[in-house]
Ligand binder design. Structure first.
Ligand code: KIV
Length: 281
């Protein structure tokens, strides 16, 4: 008897099939509990290397390691059932060669059980994307502002604001689509360019600071919840959880100091017949 279980999760081919269709809802998550919340609403959960900044307070994504991505990828897989989980390949884990990329991606997929990986780069990564895709590893590409290259780009700069700069960005998007990526994140790219790329390539574009015409959108969860001290201009804050959390922590601290917490509701009494058996010494 075969031991096949019903596959409920969305897959990379499901997302590819959404080109030009219902927009693809994507958010980042690095934890089981937030993944469970997102899972009800999102098509894709991205375990982004932005966890370096968001969880670890790093200045950039450069120091993030494969082990960090795998640990959080496992947590997100445990917390979700429906969304396609995509795990970011961190800086240094895939650029040296297509073989290095394959070995790193295999670790990510075996150790997390995720459905796809994401890597940054366009034309220069096309050969690697084809190599992975041909070997059963679905790849989400990432072009435009690629944060792992900030040292070469000279900072977190919007790309393509001058049409004279469009050609290499368009070439990047076309190259990853041609190479077999199932989707591509377009980050911080001038709106008309992102819209043009979305029209011109056959795979879904997932915009972040790009265009409402993209085939989907992605945001960093903590940015849209108002939990990040600094967020880029393209972030819409859907709520502002920072002050609410501050109020709750302040109330807790005051109650602990005044012994108002815990009350009888939050401690354990003895079972009925034992009540009164213990006397204070
Ligand atoms: O690491 C990340 O969170 C990302 C998104 C910003 C697309 O790559």
């Amino acid at each position: 008897m075969s031991a096949q279980t019903e596959v409920k999760r969305l897959t990379a081919p499901d997302i590819l099939a959404r080109k030009g269709g219902l927009p693809i809802v994507t958010l980042t998550s690095y934890h089981a509990h937030t993944a469970a919340l997102l899972d009800r609403h999102c098509d894709v959960i991205l375990v982004g290397d932005s966890l370096g900044m968001v969880m670890h307070g790093l200045e950039s994504t450069i120091p993030v390691t494969l082990d960090m991505m795998i640990l959080q990828g496992q947590a997100v897989m445990r917390g979700s059932k429906h969304a396609l989980v995509v795990v970011d390949m961190p800086f240094g884990s895939y650029e040296a060669s297509k073989e290095q990329a394959f070995m790193s991606a295999v670790r990510v997929m075996k150790e997390t059980g995720c459905g796809a990986i994401k890597l940054e780069g366009g034309t220069r990564m096309a050969e690697t994307i084809a190599f992975l895709a041909e070997r059963g590893i679905p790849v989400m590409a990432h072009v435009g502002l690629t944060p792992q290259s900030i040292n070469s780009l000279g900072g977190f700069k919007t790309q393509g604001r001058d049409p004279a700069d469009w050609a290499p960005i368009e070439a990047d998007a076309k190259a990853v689509a041609q190479a077999g990526a199932f989707s591509v994140v377009i980050e911080a790219v001038a709106e008309p360019l992102a819209a043009k790329i979305t029209r011109d390539i056959a795979i879904p574009t997932i915009g972040i600071g790009a265009s409402a015409t993209c085939d989907g959108q992605v945001l960093v969860l903590e940015d849209m919840l108002g939990l990040s001290p600094r967020a880029p201009k393209f972030v819409k804050r859907y709520t502002d959880l920072g002050p609410a959390i501050d109020r709750a922590i302040s109330a807790y601290a005051a109650e602990v100091r005044s012994r108002a917490f815990p009350t009888a509701d939050h401690v354990y009494a003895l079972k009925g017949q034992n009540a009164g058996k213990v006397t204070q010494k």
